[in-house]
Design a protein around this ligand. Structure first.
Ligand code: AMP
Ligand code: GLY
Length: 422
C-alpha cells in the first residue's frame, strides 16, 4: 500500500512510525514531513494547507490511504477534497472538524446536548464583551477566540485590565484574523487536566489510553503557554470511575450529538477535560490527534494502527481490536532556547548513543536536513524523546536518560515531566 500523511511535526512522526509496522505498507509519503521523518517516509515539499497540491499528488501517486493529521487542513476540508477524487482518508470531514474549528459551535453543541462544560457567553462585538466582563467582575476570566489560533487563542485574564486587553487583541487587533470575529467568555474552572484521544467512526467510540500534557514552558508549570513540553500516559487522575463517567456523560453524547446534527465525526476525537470538584468538564475538543499526546499514546498501542484507521473510514470500528499495553510512556520535548518566543535555529543536533537505547524513540518535530545530510534544528519544539516502561517511574527515568544523550546549542527541556505521577 502507498500511504500519505499530511503534516510535519512530532505527532506525524509518531503516526508514521506506527503505520510502518503494518507489513502491507510499502511507501509512506509525508507532506511536508521534516528532517527526521525523512528517515521513515518520503518527504514531499507540499505544505499541509495546500489542498489542491495534495489532491494532485495523491492522484499522481495513486495513494491508497491518507491520514490528515493537523487541524488546519481538516478544518479547511482536506478530507472532503481527497475523498472527492477517491482517496480514502482517516480524519473528519469539514462539517465534523468544526468541532475544533469553531468554539461557538462546540459550546453550542454541548449546551444543546447537556454535555458538561464551563458556563459561557458568546460575543460578536468587543464593546459588548467588555461590558459583560465589567458587569460580571469575576476573575480569572477565560476569553477564547472562536476559530483556530495556533493554540494561542485562549486568554486567562487575572483582572479587568488584562481581560480588556485580551478582548481587544482578539477582536479589535485581530491577532488571529477572522478567528476573532467572535469570542467565547467562560467560567474559570480548576482541577487536573486530562487528554483523552479516541477513535470514532460515528457509530462506535473507543478511547485510547489517557495522557497528561505539560503546556507551560518552564518547570513547575511556570512561564508561557507552549504547544506542549511533554506528556505522560496514562494520566494518574483518570481513574476507572472517571473514565466510566466520561464515557456516559461526554464521549458517547458527543458522538451521538454530531450524528444528530448531520455531522458524523470519523477520525480521532480529542477530549481536553478538566476534572473539577463537580465532575469532569470539557475544556476543548480537538478534531485530531494531540501533539505531544500522540507521542506517548501510540507507542502504547498494541493493535495495528492502519487496520484501525481503515476500519474508522469504513465505519466498522466495532469489528477491530484496539488494545493498549498496561505500561506507561513519557515524552520529554527538547526545544530551542527562547521558545515559545524568539529562538535561533539551524544548529546541528548530536544524538549520542540514543539510537542504541532500548524502548526509546526520538520523534522529530522541528528538524531539517543539512547539506551533507546532517540533522539540524528548524523549529521551537525540536524533538520528542519517548520512553516506554512498566510504570511511570521507569518511563520517566528512561526518557531523561535518553535526553542526556542529545545536545545542540541552546537546547532546553522541562525537568519535571510526569512529576505528578508517582
Ligand atoms: P484550550 O486551547 O482550549 O485547550 O485552552 C488552553 C488551556 O487554557 C487549557 O489547557 C486550560 O489549561 C486553560 N483553560 C481553558 N479553558 C479554561 C477554563 N474554562 N477554566 C480554566 N482553564 C481553562
Ligand atoms: N497538546 C495539545 C494539543 O494537541 O492541542
Amino acid at each position: 500500500m502507498k500511504l500519505m500523511v499530511i503534516g510535519g511535526g512530532g505527532r506525524e512522526h509518531a503516526i508514521i512510525k506506527s503505520l510502518k509496522k503494518n507489513p502491507e505498507v510499502e511507501t509512506i509519503y509525508a507532506l511536508p514531513g521534516n528532517g527526521g521523518i525523512g528517515q521513515d517516509a518520503i518527504c514531499v515539499p507540499i505544505g499541509a494547507k495546500d489542498i489542491p497540491a495534495m489532491v494532485a499528488f495523491a492522484q499522481e501517486k495513486e495513494i491508497d490511504f491518507a491520514v490528515v493529521a493537523p487541524d488546519d487542513p481538516l478544518v479547511l476540508g482536506a478530507v472532503d477534497a481527497l475523498e472527492a477524487v477517491g482517496v480514502p482518508c482517516f480524519g473528519p470531514n469539514r462539517d465534523a472538524a468544526i468541532l475544533e474549528g469553531s468554539k461557538v459551535f462546540s459550546k453550542g453543541l454541548m449546551q444543546k446536548y447537556h454535555i458538561p462544560t464551563a458556563k459561557y457567553q458568546v460575543f460578536s462585538a468587543a464593546e459588548e464583551a467588555i461590558a459583560y466582563l465589567k458587569a460580571e467582575d469575576t476573575y480569572p476570566a477565560v476569553i477564547k477566540a472562536d476559530g483556530l489560533a495556533l493554540g494561542k487563542g485562549v486568554i486567562i485574564a487575572e483582572n479587568e485590565q488584562e481581560a480588556i486587553a485580551g478582548v481587544h487583541r482578539i477582536m479589535t487587533e485581530k491577532a488571529f484574523g477572522d478567528s476573532g470575529n467572535q469570542v467565547v467568555i467562560e467560567e474559570f474552572l480548576t482541577g487536573p487536566e486530562v487528554s483523552v484521544l479516541s477513535f470514532t467512526d460515528g457509530k462506535t467510540i473507543i478511547p485510547m489510553v489517557s495522557s497528561m500534557d505539560h503546556k507551560r514552558a518552564l518547570d513547575g508549570d511556570q512561564g508561557l503557554n507552549t504547544g506542549g513540553m511533554g506528556t505522560i500516559a496514562p494520566n494518574p487522575f483518570y481513574t476507572e470511575a472517571v473514565a466510566k463517567e466520561c464515557m456516559e456523560t461526554i464521549f458517547l453524547p458527543t458522538m451521538q450529538a454530531m450524528v444528530q446534527e448531520g455531522r458524523p465525526f470519523k477520525g480521532c476525537l480529542y477530549f481536553g477535560l478538566m476534572l473539577t470538584q463537580k465532575g469532569p468538564r470539557v475544556i476543548e475538543y480537538n478534531c485530531r490527534f494531540g501533539d505531544p499526546e500522540t507521542q506517548v499514546v501510540l507507542p502504547l498501542l498494541k493493535s495495528d494502527l492502519l487496520t484501525i484507521m481503515q476500519a474508522v473510514h469504513d465505519e466498522r470500528l466495532a469489528e477491530v481490536p484496539v488494545e493498549f499495553s498496561d505500561g506507561a510512556a513519557c515524552c520529554v520535548v527538547v526545544a530551542s532556547g527562547g521558545y515559545p518566543q524568539k529562538y535561533q535555529s539551524g544548529y546541528p543536533i548530536s544524538f549520542g548513543a540514543v539510537d542504541e537505547m532500548e524502548n526509546i524513540t526520538v520523534f522529530h518535530a522541528g528538524t531539517k536536513l543539512g547539506e551533507s545530510g546532517e540533522i539540524l534544528t528548524s523549529g521551537g519544539r525540536v524533538l520528542g524523546v519517548t520512553a516506554t516502561g512498566g510504570h511511570w517511574q521507569e518511563a520517566k527515568e528512561k526518557a531523561y536518560e535518553a535526553v542526556k544523550q542529545i545536545s545542540f546549542t541552546d537546547m532546553f527541556y522541562r525537568k519535571d515531566i510526569g512529576a505528578r505521577c508517582k
